[in-house]
Design a protein around this ligand. Sequence first.
Ligand SMILES: [Zn+2]
Length: 425
Amino acid sequence: MSNEVEFWEVHYSTEAEMRTFDPGNAAKELIQFVIEARANDVFITDESDRVSIRMKRLGRVELLQYLSKNAGRRLQNHFRAVGGADVTDHLHPVDGREVIELENGIQVDVRISALPNIFGQDLALRLFYSEQALLDLDQLGFLDYELDLIRRLLDSNGGLLLVSGPTGSGKTSSLYAFLRYLNRGDVKIHTLEDPVEFVLPGIVQTQINRRMGIGYAELLHAMMRHSPDVLMIGEIRDANTAEVAVRAAGSGQLVIATVHARTVAGSIQAMHSFGVNPNFLANSLSGVISQRLVRRLCSACSTRITLATTPGELRGGPNGGDVQECRSFSIPIGCELCSDGYDQMTCVPEIISINQAMRRGIASRLGTAELAELADANGLLSFATSARQRLWSSLSSVEELVKVSPESDIDALVDRPIEMAAPVI
Ligand SMILES: [Zn+2]
């Protein structure tokens, strides 16, 4: 797909063109186009003398089209009207939601958010469609041994499993895949979400209500009286929720929750910062998964290359030792099937299953750095290892993976084009 995409041939800038502009049709075409491009976010933004339409695909913003102010406003208003977001209020941020059915029968859930900007507004559309978002555990991009580790954590009898990572790191997809894996009909599963993004049959899903002031803690207390076997908490963000989560996990329930942190050690530290009893936390925590998303190399066009020399800084090869093999990895090329050599996002995790030594470290409230060291010595699957594995197996590129693990030795491979030898055939 080229970078200059236009989904409308006409720019609708003159009065005559404006008469043919149908915002309803345009909205459908736009959504259809964005879904086909496998993007999830659309921005319809007022600029000084025009309205831009952009989408975010594989983590990057791409310009689709400029509209005249008039056409752009009508399109924005159309989305706001059908989404139930107040069309007249341009001073406050407003939200809305609608379901659009495309020609091929796919239903797209469109979440609308309008934010005033200095020229008018920035209308953000976030698209959810079940085909794409409800991935199975083995479709998220975890490698086989990572999946084994995750399944062991999910199959264990109770305990707290923390999931962390920055916004846009695929936490929601992972959580839903975990729940679907556990949802075999013989356990009672409850979720507490903000908001519920997908309906999962057989699971009791509850949404917090900020407007009414009904938050995680209050609902969680009530939920405990409904005999859950598995509890999913959208995000632990206060002391009360943290305490109930730890207590539930300690009494035999499996609690899966996200926390706002970037690493495994940071996630444990985040729980400490909520003031939970360190001994309770140490005893109930079963594992931590922190994750990032990177762009996956397109298998149709990516090319495996070999460096002429092995960078001396590199410490470990594909099987932990053979540095010679590190010279070979794949680079993005770009073809009709992909975007700049990449075809979708894939997961890179940091995972630990908590053992006795880790429990002692957590109970004694080690700081983040000491905890990270201890984790390293106690079976942590680090970002550096995960990133290297994905490099050697041609899943992603040096440029993408170095972002996940900037301190790692992959950095030694950046900007070494001169040393690149002929492609390996
Ligand atoms: Zn390609």
